[in-house]
Design a protein. Structure first.
Length: 614
């Protein structure tokens, strides 16, 4: 249950957000007025989907009549940016940005149709005859764009959005074949996920996009079988959120698929966590503009899920996120820390290792992460154009990554090749570094002393260091750290992240443009909590004395470390870029596709009338 002060803050925030969207008085511009001032000049960087956002919010506002002219103009602008050439591969799709001449990011049609279908289903009467005719043309052509975009079932957020679009457009355009197609897609996704888990696992951004589409299916459609399935899937998603929840930082713990926030792991999901009462207005606030959509997509999770997330500590969580054997993620959640890892890294936005610590900054406490960097961007704050439409993002490299976890211990290995046979990167490498960002509040110990925060950098004696925050101790050992010539290097702690409330541990495989070769490292991490000064000293001594080994045979690297419950071992073929074998994980705790403490919870949640929880 929410405590009274927190509940009061939530109520006040909701009242503030629900100030009339299109009713200001005194000549004060409303949020809709402000949105239109950005759309009307349609500058080159205007995201076309924002135009449909305006149409939905204006058509659904109490004073929609006063926006009739703008709605007509907005829909006309959208038609200008729709590909209407039947011979084009992108026929029916949209440009993502106004400056584009042809569609680049083909997801544009899905985002625009998602809200356009809502206008058609719920607010058609709010439109003038000209606007309604424009909308119907636009959506009819969008069906072709949707059909021409092939979406893999594992591309969760777009697959579910496409499913919603076909179901909603089928109702709105009175085309039952689209409803049938959307229903089949939903069943296909359920079948895939029941075996392989959620592909964009624990994404602070895309889990919320998934909740959008499922919430719309449950709340808006007049299709009882689909609505019932959507309700079950919403319970599944929220149970997964609860299972992986780290309360001291008000965010998802564990490793993440597709996480844009390198340092603190927040995203669009906060817009769902706030009204559900899991976080408060100090962490996030609802948009004063996107109200109609939020209300239509919102689904309230059972209160017992949050209670269970707070009480079921410690716990071990396991989930699959795709069919290949290496596509898994695990996490150990304690009272003041959580540590999680993935079996592989599949994309430049993945966060394959993450350690959360309870700190005084709460949700702003920097997490201990890991990524390989070829751009000289150690804190993930430099965004550059990516993809066919040039979306500004901060992308890291995609190394060979493999790992094993046993409770609060992790051993992971990462390697990235350089030269002509290397995996293609988005931009030429200017360096090759491995980083673990760490919170500035944490003490960093090397040997028997705390490192000085006023020195730019310091080497880690024996490639071992310790973090201490509150009663939590973290041991980090770079068992292997090799430059691109295959020579050992020393990891360092850098104090250059004050602007981000962070520091970093860095291995320099190549400080400049790397020569042909490979940068490789293997890291073991152990965490314990409830330690006083004496306990911390004992922890440091025990961790430092733990036996480790690293053996290279040709292109195969075998790394071993003694763990609390037994040996942890990884063997990888670096040339082939694949894991050969691993040891140390507990099969009883790694139950497919999603489990907590060895108890699988997916099957029950996809059954009718199943209780929420894990």
């Amino acid at each position: 249950m929410l405590q009274p002060p927190r509940l009061l803050l939530l109520i006040v925030s909701c009242l503030l957000v629900l100030e009339p969207l299109a009713k200001a008085g005194n000549g004060t511009p409303t949020p809709l007025d402000k949105a239109w001032t950005k759309i009307e000049p349609h500058g080159p960087d205007l995201a076309v989907r924002e135009i449909m956002d305006f149409v939905l919010e204006a058509a659904g506002s109490p004073n929609y009549e006063q926006y009739s002219t703008q709605i007509e103009s907005a829909l006309a602008l959208l038609e200008q940016k729709q590909d209407l050439d039947p011979a084009s591969k992108t026929y029916g799709n949209f440009c993502w940005y106004w400056h584009e001449e042809k569609p680049g990011d083909l997801n544009a049609v899905e985002f625009i149709a998602q809200k356009g279908a809502l206008v058609q289903l719920r607010f058609a009467k709010s439109l003038s005859p000209a606007a309604l005719a424009s909308l119907n043309r636009l959506l009819s052509q969008s069906v072709e764009g949707i059909h021409r975009q092939s979406v893999n079932v594992g591309y969760t957020n777009i697959f579910l959005m496409k499913t919603w679009n076909l179901l909603a457009l089928g109702e709105g355009l009175q085309r039952p074949e689209l409803v049938q197609e959307g229903s089949a897609m939903l069943d296909q996704w359920i079948e895939f996920t029941s075996k392989n888990g959620i592909r964009e696992f624990l994404s602070p951004t895309y889990l919320a996009v998934d909740l959008d589409s499922l919430g719309l299916m449950a709340n808006v459609l007049s299709n009882p079988p689909v609505k019932e399935k959507a309700e079950r899937l919403l319970r599944l998603f929220w149970t997964t959120i609860a299972a992986n929840w780290f309360e001291p930082a008000g965010r998802l713990g564990g490793s993440h698929g597709r996480d844009y926030d390198y340092l603190t792991g927040h995203g669009y999901l906060d817009q769902y966590l706030l009204p559900a009462g899991w976080i408060d207005t100090k962490q996030a606030s609802l948009s004063p503009y996107i109200l109609v959509f939020n209300k239509m997509a919102r689904w309230t999770p059972p209160e017992e899920l949050h209670r269970q997330a707070l009480s079921a500590v410690p716990r071990f969580v396991f989930q699959r996120w795709d069919a290949p054997p290496a596509c898994w993620a695990s996490q150990y959640i304690g009272h003041h820390f959580s540590i999680g890892v993935s079996g592989s890294c599949q994309g430049p936005e993945d966060k394959p290792f993450a350690l959360n610590l309870a700190g005084p900054a709460g949700p702003k406490t920097v997490m201990v992460n890991f990524f390989m960097d070829g751009r000289g961007d150690p804190y993930g704050n430099v965004k550059t154009a990516t993809g066919s439409s040039g979306h500004k993002k901060s992308h890291h490299l995609i190394p060979l990554f493999c790992a094993v976890q046993s409770g609060p211990e992790v051993l992971f290995l990462a390697s990235h090749a350089t030269g002509p046979n290397a995996r293609k990167t988005e931009s030429p490498l200017v360096c090759l570094l491995s980083h673990m960002d760490i919170p500035a509040e944490a003490e960093v110990w090397t040997g028997d002393h705390v490192t000085a925060a006023d020195q730019p950098s310091q080497p880690l004696a024996g490639n071992i260091c310790f973090l201490r925050m509150g009663d939590v101790a973290v041991g980090i050992h770079f068992v292997v750290a090799l430059d691109t010539a295959g020579q050992p290097v020393t990891a360092q702690v850098f104090n250059d992240g004050a602007a981000y409330n962070a520091r970093r541990l860095t291995v320099m495989h190549s400080g400049g443009v790397p020569e042909n070769g490979r940068g490789t490292l293997a890291v073991r991490v152990r965490v314990m909590e409830g330690l006083d000064d004496a306990g911390f000293a004992t922890f440091r001594r025990s961790f430092s004395e733990t036996a480790t080994s690293a053996i290279t045979e040709g292109t195969t690297l075998r790394v071993r470390a003694t763990g609390l419950k037994g040996p942890l071992m990884l063997e990888a073929d670096l040339a082939k870029g694949q894991l050969v074998r691993s040891e140390g994980g507990d099969p009883a705790m790694q139950v497919d596709p999603m489990s907590v403490n060895g108890k699988e919870y997916f099957s029950g949640l996809v059954q009718k009338n199943a209780a929420a929880g894990f």
